[in-house]
Design a protein around this ligand. Structure first.
Ligand code: 15L
Length: 285
């Protein structure tokens, strides 16, 4: 009989964490769910819950004791000042990977993001190996997180699956951008299950979007975990197509959408402008 996999779920009170906190036990896993600052309330009588600041090694020890796989959903999930991103997405992630070493955790499933690629123009198709183009400090932190995941596999043998999550949502696509970036809940759960179950992944990167006809990434390329999405945002095209993601047209030009607009320097105000024509979006790849 196979030994059951013991899962820890961080960020259990967040948008994706809330979904996984019920979905993973329903799939038969033993799950320890962790909230951040606020205490979680039991969802069922013998639920294994805790909370705390993951920058503290004692909190990480409590989370990872006896665990095989960590589904790491904790951290800042939007664009924020650099100092906050460093604390929550860099320092805390490092504490988690060090905890994984102490507790001999086999695998970490890291919630990476499409925002590590957000400055790619919407006309670009992303392939395995396409270069990062983060659209802010949040996206930059995900790029760093993927680098950390790579290093802990290469140096310490801790496996990681980096899920480059798009717009995960329990609701249908709400705007034109979502027709490319949407990740339906059914596919999200399948994605995380494959990331848990796939054998011998070592270090893997997977696009976390549904099988959207307009996906920015090439979903026809094979991935290392056997993720085979079945949902497609196109089903809602007629209602979402006419809705811009943001009033600023720049948001519609780049894959990162509204994140790009934050602290963006318009082409005409860039330093290179004085020396000649600034590169167009297409020239910048
Ligand atoms: C993300 O990475 C964010 O965590 C989420 O808040 C959404 O903005 C999503 O990407 C998206 O790109 O829609």
């Amino acid at each position: 009989m196979a030994i059951p996999i013991k899962i820890a779920l961080s960020g259990a009170a967040g948008n994706l964490g809330r979904i996984l906190r019920t979905a993973l036990p329903e799939l038969g896993y033993k799950v320890r769910s962790a909230g951040g600052r606020t205490e979680l309330r039991l969802l069922f009588p013998d639920e294994d819950i805790m909370h705390g600041d993951l920058r503290e090694p004692e909190v990480v020890d409590k989370l990872l004791d006896g665990i095989d796989v960590l589904v790491h959903m904790a951290g800042t999930s939007v664009e924020r000042p650099l100092a906050e991103i460093i604390e929550n997405n860099l320092i805390a992630l490092h504490a988690v990977y060090e905890g994984a070493r102490r507790h001999r955790v086999k695998r970490i499933i890291f919630a990476s993001s499409n925002h590590a690629f957000g400055m790619h123009p919407v006309e670009h198709t992303l392939h395995q190996g396409t270069c990062y183009r983060p659209d802010g400090f949040y996206g930059l932190s995900k790029m760093w997180g993927e680098g950390m995941a790579r290093m802990y596999w290469d140096k310490h043998g801790i496996e990681s699956v980096c899920l480059r999550i798009g717009s995960a949502s329990e609701t249908p696509p709400a705007n034109r951008r979502h027709l490319s970036t949407w990740l339906g809940v059914e596919d999200l759960i399948h994605l995380v299950q494959r990331a848990i179950e796939a054998p011998d992944v070592g270090y893997a990167e997977v696009w976390g979007v549904s099988a959207n006809s307009r996906a920015y990434c090439d979903m026809s390329e094979p991935n290392q975990i056997g993720y085979a999405p079945r949902q497609n945002a196109e089903q809602w095209a007629s209602q979402a197509e006419g809705i811009a993601v943001h009033a600023d047209p720049v948001a519609s030009q780049y894959q990162g959408g509204p994140f790009v607009v934050h602290d963006y320097t318009p082409m005409e105000a860039r330093p290179g402008r004085a020396l000649g024509a600034a590169p167009s979006k297409k020239d910048e790849s």
